[in-house]
Design a protein around this ligand. Sequence first.
Ligand SMILES: C[S@@+](CC[C@H](N)C(=O)[O-])C[C@H]1O[C@@H](n2cnc3c(N)ncnc32)[C@H](O)[C@@H]1O
Length: 490
Amino acid sequence: MADNLQETYDQIPYGSEPISGTHPGHIAAIGTLLGLTPPDPSCARILELGCAHGDNILGIATMFPRSNCTGVDISPRQIERGHALATRASLSNVSLQTMSILDITPEFGTFDYIIAHGVFSWVPRQVQDKILEICASNLSSHGLCFISYNTLPGWHVRGFIREMMLFHTRTFPDPTLRAARAREVLEFMGSSLKSDTPFGALLQDELKHPRAMPDWYLAHDFMEEFNLPEYFHSFMERCGAQGLQYVGDSEVPLMFPHEFSPAVKQNITRMSTSLLAREQYTDFLRNRMFRRSILCHSDELIRSSFDSNTIRNLFVASPLAAAPAGNAEPCAFKHPNGGGLRAPNAMLAAAATHLGARWPASIHYPELAALVSASLVQVERDIVEKSLCEGVHTCFAAGLMQLSVGPSPFSTAVSEKPLASPLARAQAEEGLKVGTLQHESCSLDTSEVNILKLLDGTLSISDIAARLTKSPEEVSRTVTKFARTALLRH
Ligand SMILES: C[S@@+](CC[C@H](N)C(=O)[O-])C[C@H]1O[C@@H](n2cnc3c(N)ncnc32)[C@H](O)[C@@H]1O
């Protein structure tokens, strides 16, 4: 079984990229808010299972040069490409190994963070059980795991798209041709039914996602031999049997039933005998199809809700920007994700202004409180200290602010001889997509890539301009953009 998977990923490699939800600084902040004491990610031992080319674990190793990172994948072709990238980026704190998850034993060592993104649902049950066993046996005592997986009931709906693709390609054994063939059935269904019936509307909505995705995604995420979605409660029962417990969701806003009316929220609480049951009822209501769960050892004591006081030790970042004057929108501050702060109190408005000005860099909470105090002279410093935590907590829960346990590993200032992320420079040798030091994926154009490749800390803006026969102003504009995209190092 596992050999089959090795072949399919060797034939059609997966387009791996940094997955922001797996950022150990973010996962550790969630653990800290829930009363845990996760290890410092900047010097942690971090393991990724099913890392494909390794862009995610290589990104983590780049952000945390004192960490010790390991990526494991069964596909030699993918790991080879990862090795080449790590060598080109001169990363000495990461090891990528071609091996099966099934061969990992307790002797492989303990890790403070174990990540399995996009693997669990696409491997046979035996490998799934082994992933949970590794998360229990190879996790340090205060460590955290991240496992993402397809969930029911959402995949009952998405599953029929998979099934029609599998039917339409049943006589096409060549996996490199199957994705193109599968697109035919997506187009056939999409052009045959309009959204004017309940089924037509559901179908049109479901088709949007696969139609927009590349062939490698259709080949694996939709048509891989194994695709085993599971209810959250059933996944958690299996985790419990291995000695693991639920901490929270890496997609923080989904931990709160924000979108439901007070009556619905009350009913969820009334019907739920536990946090896990509450999460399950919420999944039913959301028809949820994917989860990014954070887990830890069962003997750790976890708070039932976030302790906003712990924010005092954390770093806060946010791209919130003041809405333009005269804007018809009722938001005072807008977030690029479409959300916003409608009527923030003066304290939160001051915090949003300072954070927006520093974005993408984070501000340590004590410094943020001092900045807010300084701009609101009429409010006592200890009142700011106390109530700002609540405001930041509310914004974090709504996805408007980010929290991390450490400072941003990048510079937002352009130095005389700018130095870009070594991984991004190595990725730029291969194409137009690079990973940022915020652990996001970023697309560049050819001119930007040519400039990025030269940012090795030895050349000034005018040196680069002369090499590329561009104006220093153009190079400077691009490098300033890189600074705002978290691509430059200190
Ligand atoms: C859907 S891809 C996800 C890749 C990556 N984690 C991501 O999310 O971008 C699943 C990966 O798991 C790997 N895989 C499957 N079975 C495995 C096994 N038994 N041991 C190690 N890796 C495995 C595949 O080779 C593939 O790279």
